[in-house]
Write a protein that binds this ligand. Structure first.
Ligand code: PEP
Length: 254
């Protein structure tokens, strides 16, 4: 049984003072010990959020990393800096990084590798666009992103990697994949991981992301291969995020 992971990606929202206020609220409502909770604030808010959440069971994550220890890379942030800042998880290859900043599978694979090397957990994001979905290319796209993104990861290292399936057409659109649609892709991802790494695939956490909200969290989490969620918009408000964190696995009666 994998431990569920509920992760919030704040994207480019919340100033350090807003993040601080949110972290204080989050600390009050996160009282579970059968699930992991993670927040990924923007870089300037990492330090203050860490200070507030230190000693709790809420982890801190980064939304990005540059795949080098240090160097002349103006504007970038290294894994050493993140580690020292108390970061446990790093989102790698989010679709916004792929689409807006042109990140390739090869570049993303370097991020995944270096995050593991520095003792943190990468969350490798994969997922098809609407056009690819409509062309029936979902499995092909997801398999390629998975195999490429994990190409330098060993059978031992994979136990410290999280995968997030985020169909691009569902991110920030309010249009989520149904739990059944997501389950089919998650099962395919697990099958591919098994081909790549063997039986350890059963223990790899595969998160769903894309318009997760209080209204759909219980049904999503009831699916066998959905081991958690990566939440954007609904992680910015304490009411919606705390409801998502407090999920109860319930299957739809439909
Ligand atoms: C995300 O940012 O990874 C995401 C899934 O966003 P949203 O929940 O807003 O669709």
């Amino acid at each position: 049984m994998t431990r569920p992971l509920i992760a919030g990606n704040w994207k480019m929202y919340k100033t350090p003072s807003e993040a601080e206020e949110f972290a204080l609220e989050l600390k009050k409502v996160t009282t579970y010990n059968d699930r992991d909770v993670l927040v990924c604030p923007p870089f300037p808010a990492l330090a203050c959020v860490r200070k507030i959440l230190d000693g709790t069971n809420i982890y801190i994550g980064a939304q990005n990393v540059y795949p080098a220890k240090e160097g002349a890379y103006t504007g970038e942030v290294s894994p050493v800096m993140l580690k020292d800042a108390g970061v446990h998880y790093v989102i790698c290859g989010h679709s916004e990084r792929r689409q807006i900043f042109g990140e390739t599978d090869d570049f993303i694979s370097k991020k995944v590798k270096i995050v593991v090397e520095y003792g943190m957990i990468p969350i490798l994001c994969i997922g098809e666009t609407l056009q690819q979905n409509e062309a029936g290319e979902t499995f092909k796209v997801v398999e390629q992103q998975l195999r490429e993104g994990l190409k330098d990861i060993s059978g031992v290292e994979i136990t410290n990697v999280v995968i997030a399936y985020e169909p691009v057409w569902a991110i920030g659109t309010g249009k989520n994949a149904t739990p059944q649609q997501a389950q089919i892709v998650h099962a395919f991802i697990r099958k591919t991981l098994k081909e790549m790494f063997g039986d350890v695939a059963a223990d790899i956490r595969i998160l769903y992301g894309g318009s997760v909200k209080p209204e759909n969290i219980d049904e999503l989490m009831a699916e066998i291969d959905i081991n958690g969620v990566l939440v954007g918009g609904a992680s910015l408000k304490i009411d919606s995020f705390s409801r998502i964190i407090g999920f109860n696995k319930v299957r739809s009666l439909m």
